[in-house]
Design a protein around this ligand. Sequence first.
Ligand SMILES: *[C@@H]1O[C@H](CO)[C@@H](O)[C@H](O)[C@H]1NC(C)=O
Ligand SMILES: *[C@@H]1O[C@H](CO)[C@@H](O)[C@H](O)[C@H]1NC(C)=O
Ligand SMILES: *[C@@H]1O[C@H](CO)[C@@H](O)[C@H](O)[C@H]1NC(C)=O
Ligand SMILES: *[C@@H]1O[C@H](CO)[C@@H](O)[C@H](O)[C@H]1NC(C)=O
Ligand SMILES: *[C@@H]1O[C@H](CO)[C@@H](O)[C@H](O)[C@H]1NC(C)=O
Ligand SMILES: *[C@@H]1O[C@H](CO)[C@@H](O)[C@H](O)[C@H]1NC(C)=O
Length: 477
Amino acid sequence: MKLCLLLLCVCRLGLTEEPSTAAPHVSGTVDEDEDDSAHGCGGTFSPKQHRAIGGAVERLGLQLLENLPVSPQQPNVILSPLSLALALAQLTLGARNETEKLLLQSLHAFRLPCYHHILGSLVPHFSHTSVEVAARMYLRPGFEVKLSFVEDSLARYKSQPVPLVSVEEVNQWVENVTNGHIANFLESIPHDVVLMLMNAVYFKGEWQTQFDPSVTSKGMFYLDNQNSVPVDMMKSAQYPLRLLDDPELEAQVASFPFKGNTSFLIVLPRGNVSSVLPKLNISDLYGRLPQEKTMQVNLPKVKLQYRQELQEALSSMGLSSLFSAPDLSGISDLPLRVTGVRHASTVELSEEGVEASATTAVTSMRSVSLFSVNSPFLFALVDDASLAPLFMGVVTNPAPDHEPMLRDDPHGNGTMSDQPATNSVRKRHTDGGLCSSRRPCSAPSGEKHVNELQGSDGQEKTQGDDSCLKPDNAVAA
Ligand SMILES: *[C@@H]1O[C@H](CO)[C@@H](O)[C@H](O)[C@H]1NC(C)=O
Ligand SMILES: *[C@@H]1O[C@H](CO)[C@@H](O)[C@H](O)[C@H]1NC(C)=O
Ligand SMILES: *[C@@H]1O[C@H](CO)[C@@H](O)[C@H](O)[C@H]1NC(C)=O
Ligand SMILES: *[C@@H]1O[C@H](CO)[C@@H](O)[C@H](O)[C@H]1NC(C)=O
Ligand SMILES: *[C@@H]1O[C@H](CO)[C@@H](O)[C@H](O)[C@H]1NC(C)=O
Ligand SMILES: *[C@@H]1O[C@H](CO)[C@@H](O)[C@H](O)[C@H]1NC(C)=O
């Protein structure tokens, strides 16, 4: 199982400046209000404080998921609430007045004392897990940035200042820190971009109980009542799983533990995923999961990629002023605004590893229950200690490039053991139009094409290719 991701914030001046080759200029004006001891935020933090931050990251993630609805063109959404929280929090360090308040509000951090210190302290904590977080701050040479912002970013979020030299160098860094999973992240960087805040979250975990690759075989994933796609289904007749049936959510919830203090939660609704989302409370579900039981499990083997501009979603979450006239005077006295927030992530579910262990302790209990992930689901990869969601997503079509097939036999004939018993209680769609509306799923996984760097004032027309936010076409099939 691998996951990786990257998020980017671009800020620019109101007026275009010719790029200079000088080193970034760090001005010496230090704000006094960021002193550790003054806030009493030094030292270590309690599990309870980490949980509070984890809850804030979860709320941010849920809110974002609700603002990034799935569609036939974009049937899967994968994002890292942690990555987004880290990037927005770093921006908050340089925000003042209303802008700072607004950012803290959307981070759900308004009533959390020492927010920056505790969130920042999660990063070294992750070195005890399979999570890697890398951050970098690219500064345009000649851009005057306040020393306090650079120092705080480094102290809190380990974000190293680096001169912005070329798009190739940026892309190389992205490729490096995502272990090659995200290539050609940017096409170009417009001249008026003076600062880019970037962070990458990379996760490579091993299931505590691995799947045997020789058992993986083709199975069906039911998109809705009429359509299905074939997927490789990882199977286990005896898998230790914490499984909960939540009557209120009308969903099955299961937790697959990874080695190293992280868990993969799957929420499999009987109805549709979008109606479950507003009711979701991951930390609550996590706490209510019962003891592990051995059961039959089917899990699709998938590799999904997702790239998305987040400006629209963040604007509808109340952050539109970031993109018009924010107060970022903690970064520079020059007028700045955010011109793009780009997010890329990939998720891969696999048997991991190939040495599919005969050593796995399997109790000889007869398996009676079945957890079969063969219809749209939500997932969250959480850190067991803080319960902060590192990744979250909605998967409605694990094989978006595959032409959906008509499910001609919705009740199976006894050999379709991977079909959940719950299928029969699903609501039938009566419009009959789903079939055709699902057709576009066969198009190469839909990517939203938004040219966010174009000034909204239209003042300076950038060339079509002069946008680093134009999605490239290098998405693996
Ligand atoms: C989840 O529920 C708990 C109480 O069980 C509550 O404290 C917490 O704030 C809720 N989290 C979210 C994200 O709503
Ligand atoms: C913003 O905050 C600074 C202090 O950080 C203050 O001097 C300034 O007047 C404030 N500006 C506005 C528009 O509120
Ligand atoms: C990427 O990794 C290579 C090999 O480790 C290293 O030489 C190079 O400096 C790295 N590039 C960046 C931009 O981090
Ligand atoms: C998981 O956390 C425990 C403490 O909660 C720690 O002792 C252990 O080393 C961690 N496991 C890994 C693989 O880091
Ligand atoms: C999900 O259900 C809601 C109401 O239950 C409905 O409005 C919505 O169209 C459904 N979405 C999909 C994708 O079927
Ligand atoms: C029922 O299962 C048998 C055995 O696998 C298969 O050959 C047959 O096509 C199935 N019938 C239907 C209607 O799906």
